[in-house]
Write a protein that binds this ligand. Structure first.
Ligand code: NAI
Length: 332
C-alpha cells in the first residue's frame, strides 16, 4: 500500500463535511488502496463538535483512515497537505447584507490562500466548496502565488449532476445514460446549464439531448430554472441547504481530478479562465467543460455556442466580474 496522503477538510464540523468525511475515509474518493490522514479544521467554538465527529469516524472502524487531526489552527491544518477541500465559509445570517458576507469570506479565503502558500505541498489540489465558491477560489488562488493556478478549482459539479438527473428523469433513463452536460460560469443563480452538446443513451442508441428530450421549450425554460434554483428549493423543503448531494458532488469532482475523466466525456468545474477559447474574461474562476488526465484539467475547446448560449455565458461572466471587483476592493 502507498504512503498515506494528508487531506484537509475545512468546515469540518458542518453538515456537508458530516457526509463528506465518511465518504473520503471509506475510500470513495482517493481510491480503495490509498491510506488517508484526515485533518479537520473548523473555528474555535466548533472544537467540541469536532470531537464528536472524530469519535464517529473512529467508530466507523475504517481501515484506510490512519490518523485524524482535529484543529482550529491554520498552521496545523494546512501543513504538508496533498488535498485541501475548503468547505467552511461564513454563512449568510438574518439581515446580513450580501456585501458584508462577501467581505467576511474574502478575509477567510485570503488567510487560507496565504496558508496554502506557506504550509501546503506545492502539488496540493485545492477545491473550494464554500460560497461564493468561484470568488472564494479566486481569492485563495491570488494569495497562494507559489502554487500553480491549475491546482485550484471550485465546485459546480452539484449543478452538473442536477442537470444530468433532470434530463435523465425527463427521458426515463438512469442518470449514467446522460453525459456531457455543461455548467457555464458561476455556481450561483446566473449559472448556465447547457445541454446543446449533451448525449442521452436511450435503448442503446445515442441521441443529442435536444432530440432525446423532444421539448425545446422545457430545455430553454423550466429545465434551466430548475437547475439554477435547485439549491433554494432544497433549503425551502429541508430548512437546511443541500448537504448529502453537495458532499456527493465533491466526491465526484475530486475523484475525477485524481483518476481522470472517462474517455470521450467531460464534466464541469470552476477553473481559472486564463487562455480560454470562449472569450470569457481571463481573471475569473469560471465553470467550463473540462477533461482531466494525470491530475491536469483542460478546457474542452471548440464547442459551438449559439446566441441563446452566448447571452447566458456572458451574463454569468458579468456577475462574476462584479463580484470579483467587489471582493478585490475589500483588499485595497
Ligand atoms: P455549515 O454551516 O453546516 O458548516 C460550515 C462550517 O464551516 C461550520 O462548522 C463553520 O464553523 C465552519 N467555518 C466557518 N468559517 C470557517 C473558517 N474560517 N475556517 C474553518 N471552518 C469555518 O454549512 P454546510 O452546509 O456544510 O455548507 C458549507 C458551505 O458550502 C456553505 O458556504 C454553502 O453555501 C456551500 N455550499 C456550496 C455548494 C456548491 O455546490 N459549491 C453546495 C452546497 C453548499
Amino acid at each position: 500500500q502507498s504512503e498515506p496522503i494528508r487531506v484537509l477538510v475545512t468546515g469540518a464540523a458542518g453538515q456537508i463535511a458530516y457526509t463528506l468525511l465518511y465518504r473520503i475515509a471509506k475510500g470513495d474518493v482517493f481510491g480503495k488502496d490509498q491510506p488517508i490522514i484526515l485533518i479537520l479544521l473548523d473555528i474555535p467554538p466548533m472544537l467540541p463538535v469536532l470531537d464528536g465527529v472524530v469519535m464517529e469516524l473512529q467508530d466507523c472502524a475504517l481501515p484506510l483512515l490512519r490518523e485524524i487531526i482535529p484543529t482550529d489552527k491554520i498552521e496545523v491544518g494546512f501543513k504538508d497537505i496533498d488535498a485541501a477541500i475548503l468547505v467552511g465559509s461564513m454563512p449568510r445570517k438574518e439581515g446580513m447584507e450580501k456585501k458584508d458576507l462577501l467581505k467576511a469570506n474574502v478575509a477567510i479565503f485570503k488567510t487560507q490562500g496565504a496558508a496554502l502558500d506557506k504550509y501546503a505541498k506545492k502539488t496540493v489540489q485545492v477545491v473550494v466548496v464554500g460560497n461564493p465558491a468561484n470568488t472564494n477560489c479566486l481569492i485563495a488562488l491570488k494569495f497562494a502565488p507559489s502554487i500553480p493556478k491549475e491546482n485550484f478549482s471550485c465546485l459546480t459539479r452539484l449543478d452538473h449532476n442536477r442537470a444530468c438527473s433532470q434530463v435523465a428523469m425527463h427521458c426515463g433513463v438512469s442518470s449514467d445514460k446522460v453525459k456531457n452536460v455543461i455548467i457555464w460560469g458561476n455556481h450561483y443563480s446566473t449559472q448556465y446549464p447547457d445541454v446543446h452538446h449533451a448525449i442521452v443513451n436511450t435503448h442503446g442508441c445515442e441521441l443529442g439531448a435536444y432530440k432525446a428530450v423532444k421539448n425545446d421549450a422545457w430545455l430553454h425554460g423550466d429545465f434551466i430554472l430548475t437547475v439554477q434554483q435547485r439549491g433554494a428549493a432544497v433549503i425551502k423543503a429541508r430548512k437546511l441547504s443541500s448537504a448529502m448531494s453537495a458532499a456527493n458532488a465533491v466526491c465526484d469532482h475530486i475523484k475525477d481530478i485524481w483518476f481522470g475523466t472517462k474517455e470521450g466525456e467531460f464534466i464541469s468545474m470552476g477553473v481559472y479562465a486564463a487562455g480560454n477559447s470562449y472569450g470569457i474574461p481571463e481573471d475569473l474562476i469560471y465553470s467550463f467543460p473540462v477533461q482531466i488526465k494525470n491530475k491536469r484539467w483542460k478546457v474542452v475547446d471548440g464547442m459551438s455556442t449559439n446566441d441563446f448560449s452566448r447571452a447566458k455565458m456572458n451574463a454569468t461572466a458579468a456577475e462574476l466580474m462584479e463580484e470579483r471587483d467587489a471582493a478585490l476592493d475589500f483588499l485595497t
